[in-house]
Ligand binder design. Structure first.
Ligand SMILES: [Zn+2]
Ligand SMILES: [Zn+2]
Length: 409
């Protein structure tokens, strides 16, 4: 591995000092310093806290490598010596714990390592590298913010967008799916209006708690009763709030939904069905006002261009023990938005980060998948990628994939 970057030191430093989306100032400063040391031209403050490193190395394609930088409001419970004890105040004023529970610290570390290797190696390739350190992936807003800040006008349109996400596959294994790889995600906020009153007098009220309960149950029929068996969608109501006391019928209930879909047609059908059911249940309950339905963060599906994935796959095979097809992931990522905005193909793979010893006895993809269900997943307070060999393989994968797209000297 390259001597210029002590990957484990960078990783544990980032892990112990996580920052929420659009607040990645310490992370951005660390990234900028490392990129400068590797000989990149560095621009900070792109799309808020984003950092762009540019390395021009003669004629040839422009290759974009992307890492996301933000952490999550999760209290770390891994017990690791470098575990986070950080807290932050959210934009809505809440005091929350902060943890790199999605492994974006792995992505940042590996991309810094890859930039150092490719820079040291520059006599062997020509072209240009643009290293994109993106803020606020978890908010579904960071990629769009960088595009809106002129990412491609200022630094050029890439021939390809490459990136990776760590997950509890065994370290050493890479997951690459050709075609639709990660689902689209939409967040919806819904306010149901009732008429508040005394808990003893339902006849003088319209109860939004019952309205919410009926709505929650009926929304579950969208996936089971309105979609074909081979359509993929997930509808989760992650938040439901109403009322303050046992003897008061409240005047409103609030729901928050997360919807995952893979095809544009399924997405359209699910969103339309949600609206129809929410409005229908409000009518059925005699609501005094129409419900309010607000679309929040939206992630398009990540689609790995089949031709570009085929071109990149041998590089990933050379950099890892094995490349598997992980199937369609119902998690979501905003990296696809960068590729779409650039008009470039996307190749985004899964980097194994779990202790291979946890997979003892598993040899087939199905057995590995079954073991994965027992391990802490991304966003868990127990999520703890293994440093060795994950970081080295993540660096090697980025370097090999980039070299596939750059010109050889
Ligand atoms: Zn995440
Ligand atoms: Zn993530």
């Amino acid at each position: 591995m390259d001597d210029a970057v002590d990957l484990a030191a960078v990783y544990t430093d980032l892990h112990a000092n996580p920052e929420l989306g659009f607040h990645e100032t310490r992370t951005a400063a660390l990234v900028a310093a490392q990129l400068s040391a590797s000989g990149f031209d560095v621009t900070t403050g792109v799309g808020g806290t984003g950092v762009v490193g540019l390395l021009r190395n003669g004629d040839g394609p422009l290759v974009l490598l992307r890492a996301d930088m933000d952490a999550l409001p999760v209290e770390e419970k891994t017990g690791l010596p470098y575990a986070s004890v950080a807290r932050a105040i959210t934009d809505s004023g809440m005091d929350v714990p902060v943890m790199h529970a999605c492994g974006h610290d792995v992505h940042v570390t590996c991309l810094l390592g890859a930039c150092a290797v490719l820079s040291a190696d520059s006599s062997r390739w020509s072209g240009s590298l643009v290293a994109v350190f993106q803020p606020a992936e978890e908010l579904g807003a960071g990629a769009q913010a960088m595009v809106d800040d002129g990412l491609f006008e200022r630094f050029g349109r890439p021939a390809v967008v490459l990136g990776q996400h760590v997950a509890p596959l065994p370290a050493g294994i890479i997951g690459l799916r050709h075609g639709a790889a990660f689902a689209a995600a939409d967040s919806l906020s819904i306010v149901l209006h009732g008429r508040g009153g005394h808990g003893s007098r339902p006849e003088a009220s319209v109860d939004p708690v019952v309205m919410a309960a009926a709505t929650v149950m009926r929304l579950q029929t969208i996936v089971s009763r309105e979609l074909a068996g081979n359509d993929t969608a997930v509808l989760t109501i992650g938040s439901l709030h109403a009322g303050t006391a046992a003897n008061i019928i409240p005047d409103r209930a609030e729901l928050q939904l997360s919807i995952r879909t893979t095809g544009a047609d399924v997405r359209t059908r699910v969103l339309a069905a949600v609206e129809r059911i929410v409005r229908g249940e409000a009518v059925a309950a005699g609501a005094p006002h129409d419900p309010e339905i607000t679309l929040g963060a939206s992630f398009p599906a990540v689609v790995n261009d089949p031709g570009a994935a085929s071109r990149t796959q041998p590089a990933l095979e050379a950099a890892s023990q094995m490349v598997v097809d992980p199937g369609l992931v119902t998690g979501s990522e905003d990296v696809g938005l960068l590729a779409t905005a650039a008009g470039a193909p996307c190749v985004f793979w899964i980097l194994g980060g779990a202790d291979p010893a946890s997979f003892n006895g598993a040899t087939t993809v199905e057995e590995i998948a079954a073991k994965m269900l027992e391990l802490p997943s991304n966003h868990s307070p127990m999520y703890a990628p293994q440093i060795v060999p994950t970081l080295d393989i993540g660096v090697a994968a980025l370097v090999a994939a980039a070299r596939k797209w750059l010109s050889e000297r």
